[in-house]
Design a protein around this ligand. Structure first.
Ligand SMILES: Cc1cc2nc3c(=O)[nH]c(=O)nc-3n(C[C@H](O)[C@H](O)[C@H](O)COP(=O)(O)OP(=O)(O)OC[C@H]3O[C@@H](n4cnc5c(N)ncnc54)[C@H](O)[C@@H]3O)c2cc1C
Ligand code: SF4
Length: 586
């Protein structure tokens, strides 16, 4: 094995978390940082060459190659786990920028109660009606600790939105249930599309408090505090699964890379498949990887950061023998515990009497109702202890994926000339609502290494043991009822969603929001990293991203992942001779 020249800091993964931390360290300390990324280099200009739905959205051009590495899944410890051979449930990214290149840009702050969920539920309910096997935890940080870092992330990304709680004063038109914000959003909300605006009016009529999605799709031209400028959104509707061709959506390639590529103490190497964090005497000494030529390499480093997304953060620690793997039978061990997803999949359809121009949109364009998020509006008599949000979006209907939406029964089959005529008649006249519920952690949902199946390198695949519980089924039923009320108030024909109690389906897309496995906390007995993302056992090793979330909130995770990275960066920088806060080296 070849040993390379040592570096100060090695970062595994070149997505939002890895590059954000690299920027903080290189600009605020004298340390050099090397990012090792498994995928290809990417430039924002590549996206101008063409946005083909088949290539990008259906054949998943930008995602991790499933033939090289996948995961296995089973519903319970009693079941055999099978490899996932076709991506469904979530879509891990690959290449410089990671999934942040092809995300939607929905950028929520988590509710205050989320960060103290274990304590909050105990105080509110005692042990009276909590679901069996619940394994939720407090994060060890509170919303107020993260607030300045949320704000830093929102400025870096240039979030468009409307505050609902400014320094404790409720703001009509924003999310009045959110925790206090120190500032209004950097940009005003995106222009609202017609269908979600009808949803908003109906929700208001019912006494709910709708608000526009906070969006990393810039509503107008924006220059962030790093001096990086982006254009305003053109509502082309090609955000999710694509890079933005005009750079209006915040992506690592158009926010962090322009700065990092000019930074002498920063380097990025692509095509490097990290297989292991190497340790000696309880400290990380570097990482072992296979380079683009297929050679085994050892990269020595003083400090190692993992930013390889949930699946690979957990897998790399397991392969490296760092920490104690979680055992659901005994409850011992922390590595791999608290695997969570997001409770999606309830879609009430509304049938409009005219075309809605739904081909126009943006990745985070829509209206949401948060009146049942967390436990707002619950008095303890409901079958659920945590709810979620209900919404209608206009993310851009594209020709292939959304063709064929129509009311049930208008075509006698789902093929042939009758179906085609109905599909054309209903084209652009169907609006779908959705929901996003909190997914709480349970003792039975976890990750470990698969004993049978291997990746391209011959290493075991990560294995998911994951299923929905009665709580998630009830969350979906609750969301469907709220959607039904709003659909009725909209005044058009509609079909209320009828959620079933189906098992978790790993073959059906839900969201790429997979959390847990290396959770943060205040004690090594219950968590893998501390509240500054430092590993409890290996003090020069850090783990970043949603794998550190003890459970998932209803909202999408990236803004919170960035906030936790910025908080950790402040502490790391101060400990390495740099400045706390925003001050940067010249
Ligand atoms: C279609 C889509 C839409 C989304 N929309 C939203 C949204 O609207 N809002 C939101 O909050 N989130 C959204 N997400 C999720 C969001 O993109 C992720 O939360 C975020 O990008 C995660 O950043 P990360 O740095 O933790 O990981 P990633 O972006 O996944 O980066 C990890 C990097 O590590 C690399 N890597 C992995 N293993 C190895 C290894 N062994 N060796 C070397 N490199 C490795 C990968 O190639 C990858 O580039 C979306 C995701 C997808 C796919
Ligand atoms: S909708 Fe806006 S942000 Fe999204 S890809 Fe198009 S121009 Fe870019």
């Amino acid at each position: 094995m070849k040993t390379l020249r040592p570096v100060n800091v090695v970062m595994v993964g070149g997505g939002w978390t890895g590059l954000a931390m690299a920027k903080e360290i290189t600009h605020r300390t004298s340390l050099n940082v090397l990012v090792l990324e498994r995928g290809l280099p990417r430039k924002a200009s590549e996206y101008m060459e063409g946005m083909d739905e088949l290539d990008y959205s259906i054949r998943l051009k930008m995602m991790q190659n499933i033939a090289d590495e996948t995961l296995t899944h089973r519903h319970s410890m009693k079941d055999p786990a099978m490899p996932v051979r076709q991506y469904g449930s979530f879509l891990p990214g690959s290449g410089v920028g990671g999934a942040g290149e092809h995300w939607n840009g929905m950028s929520f702050r988590f509710l205050e109660s989320q960060f103290v969920l274990k304590t909050h539920l105990k105080e509110k309910y005692g042990s009276r009606k909590l679901p069996e096997d619940l394994a939720v935890e407090d994060w060890g940080v509170r919303y107020s600790d993260l607030e300045p870092y949320y704000w830093k992330a929102e400025q870096m990304l240039g979030i468009s939105g409307k505050a609902g709680n400014l320094r404790g004063v409720k703001q009509p038109g924003g999310n009045i249930f959110e925790g206090p914000r120190s500032h209004e959003y950097p940009l005003p909300p995106l222009k609202m599309a017609y269908a979600p605006s009808l949803f908003r009016d109906a929700a208001e009529k019912l006494g709910y408090h709708p608000f526009p999605y906070p969006a990393a799709n810039a509503s107008e031209a924006y220059k962030n505090p790093d001096g990086v400028s982006r254009a305003g959104c053109a509502y082309c509707g090609y955000c999710d699964r694509f890079g933005c061709m005009i750079g209006a959506k915040a992506q690592p390639s158009n926010t962090l890379m322009p700065i990092l590529s000019r930074t002498k103490s920063f380097a990025i190497r692509t095509g490097c498949w990290i297989r292991k964090v190497v340790t000696k005497g309880g400290r990380a000494t570097g990482v072992q990887y296979v380079d683009a030529k297929g050679d085994e390499v050892f990269q020595p480093a003083d400090v190692v950061f993992l930013g390889a997304f949930t699946l690979n953060n957990v897998k790399l620690l397991l392969l490296s023998g760092i920490g104690t793997p979680y055992d659901p039978a005994t409850g011992k061990g922390t590595l791999g515990r608290n695997l969570t997803h997001q409770v999606f999949g309830v879609a009430t359809q509304v049938y409009f009497d005219k075309p809605m121009n739904l081909f126009m949109g943006a990745g985070s364009l829509g209206v949401m109702v948060s009146d049942f998020d967390g436990d707002h509006g619950f008095d303890g008599s409901e079958p659920i202890v945590r709810g979620g949000t209900v919404w209608m979006t206009a993310t851009g209907n594209r020709p292939i994926a959304t063709f064929g939406m129509m009311p049930t029964g208008v075509a006698s089959s789902n093929w042939g000339s009758g179906w085609k005529a109905a599909a054309l008649a209903w084209r652009d006249r169907v609006g779908a609502m959705g929901c996003a519920g909190e997914h709480m952690a349970y003792r039975t949902n976890y990750m470990d290494l698969d004993p049978i199946y291997k990746d391209k390198m011959g290493d075991p695949l990560i294995r998911f043991t994951l299923d929905w519980t009665e709580h998630e089924h009830q969350q979906r039923l609750h969301a469907a009822q709220i959607q039904g009320k709003i659909a009725k108030a909209m005044g058009f024909p509609y079909q209320e969603a009828k959620p079933t109690k189906a098992k978790y389906n790993v073959t059906q897309y839900q969201t790429t929001h997979v959390q847990g496995g290396t959770i943060m906390g205040t004690s090594p007995d219950r968590s893998v990293v501390d509240t500054n993302l430092r590993h409890w056992d290996v003090k020069n090793l850090y783990v970043m991203g949603a794998s550190t979330f003890p459970q998932n909130a209803s909202g999408n995770p990236t803004l919170t992942a960035l906030a936790t990275v910025y908080k950790a960066a402040d502490t790391f920088v101060a400990a390495h001779g740099g400045s706390r806060g925003q001050k940067e080296k010249a």
